[in-house]
Design a protein around this ligand. Structure first.
Ligand SMILES: C[S@@+](CC[C@H](N)C(=O)[O-])C[C@H]1O[C@@H](n2cnc3c(N)ncnc32)[C@H](O)[C@@H]1O
Length: 293
């Protein structure tokens, strides 16, 4: 097994595939239906001809840049194992921080005795695989309803499957463009969104794995890249309960524009931003006017 891993790593490396060793380990572990660690614990186990054939077909797909998660059909997110395929963006580790920011805000508010009496109502706008919605449904204490919304009906199908897969409770699924469907309904205590933020012209700057394999509707926002963020900021005050939170992931260099939009929006006040481990600004938080309700 170790020599197969070594050979595959060299093969993928030669072709410029990202994370060749990790890819080889994930693909072999997938074929053998074991953890990556088990590959090293059972390093002398011979592979059957069927296993070898399945492994080779996976390596061929990886060779042309297909993300490992689409090949294995699963992606990890905050300890959950979610089903993914080309209908949805592969959830990113940096988006786990977006969930952490919402949890921290909600827990701080609960700590002040200001958790909503009837439970939290949360909207995950642009839910994709359902990663954010599922994580909040599982992790947030006192949650009443998590609405997962996407304009892609295909993505919503995957999100719904993931809700069932992780046993997420109190979920609702809504196909809608932006916040249009929520302007006159019950308000939310938090709106969380990781929407597309790549400018249409930036396609050449994306890694091949992203540009060729991930859904364009999950990546590109328009000529500026900030269109989906701007529309969400503009509509948010109508959809948030008083004192409610808007939590947005943003692209590199978009935090100042997001903040400018928040400052220019009546009924919304900038709260904070956050940076990733590389020091890149990654998200913004804003609060709706009014006493927490
Ligand atoms: C960057 S992906 C993020 C998916 C998921 N939230 C995550 O973090 O992994 C953006 C998602 O937003 C959806 N989307 C794009 N524009 C939208 C819009 N105007 N209204 C609703 N959903 C939208 C896309 O279909 C895609 O599933």
């Amino acid at each position: 097994m170790l020599s197969i891993l070594r050979t595959t790593t060299a093969f993928l490396e030669e072709r410029g595939v990202a994370e060749p060793r990790l890819s080889a380990e994930h693909l072999l572990a997938d074929v053998l239906d074991c953890r990556r660690l088990d590959l090293y614990l059972r390093y002398d186990r011979p592979l059957s001809s069927e296993e070898l054939a399945s492994y080779r077909s996976r390596v061929k797909r990886r060779m042309v840049g297909e993300p490992v998660q689409y090949i294995t059909g699963v992606a990890g997110f905050r300890g959950l194992e979610l089903a993914v395929d080309q209908r949805v963006l592969v959830p990113r580790p940096e988006t786990e921080r977006l969930v952490a920011e919402v949890l921290e805000w909600a827990r701080a508010r609960a700590g002040r005795g200001r958790a909503p009496d009837s439970g939290w109502r949360i909207l995950d706008l642009g839910t994709g695989s359902g990663a954010i919605a599922c994580a909040l449904s599982v992790e947030l204490e006192g949650v009443r309803r998590v609405v997962a919304s996407d304009r892609s009906v295909e993505a919503l199908t995957v999100a719904r499957e993931n809700g069932a897969r992780v046993g997420a409770a109190a979920m609702a699924w809504v196909a809608a463009d932006g916040l249009s469907a929520f302007r006159s309904g019950p308000t939310f205590h938090a709106i969380v969104a990781n929407l597309p933020y790549v400018a249409d012209s930036d396609i050449a700057g994306l890694p091949i794995e992203v540009a060729r394999w991930e859904p364009a509707g999950a990546l590109f926002a328009g000529p500026a890249g900030t269109e989906a963020i701007a529309a969400t900021v503009e509509d948010a005050p109508r959809c948030l309960a008083p004192g409610g939170l808007l939590a947005l992931e943003v692209g590199r260099g978009q935090d100042a524009e997001a903040r400018r939009r928040i400052d220019a929006t009546p009924g919304l006040e900038f709260l904070a931003g956050w940076r990733d481990l590389a020091g890149v600004a990654r998200g913004v938080l804003a609060l709706a006017d009014g006493r927490e309700a």
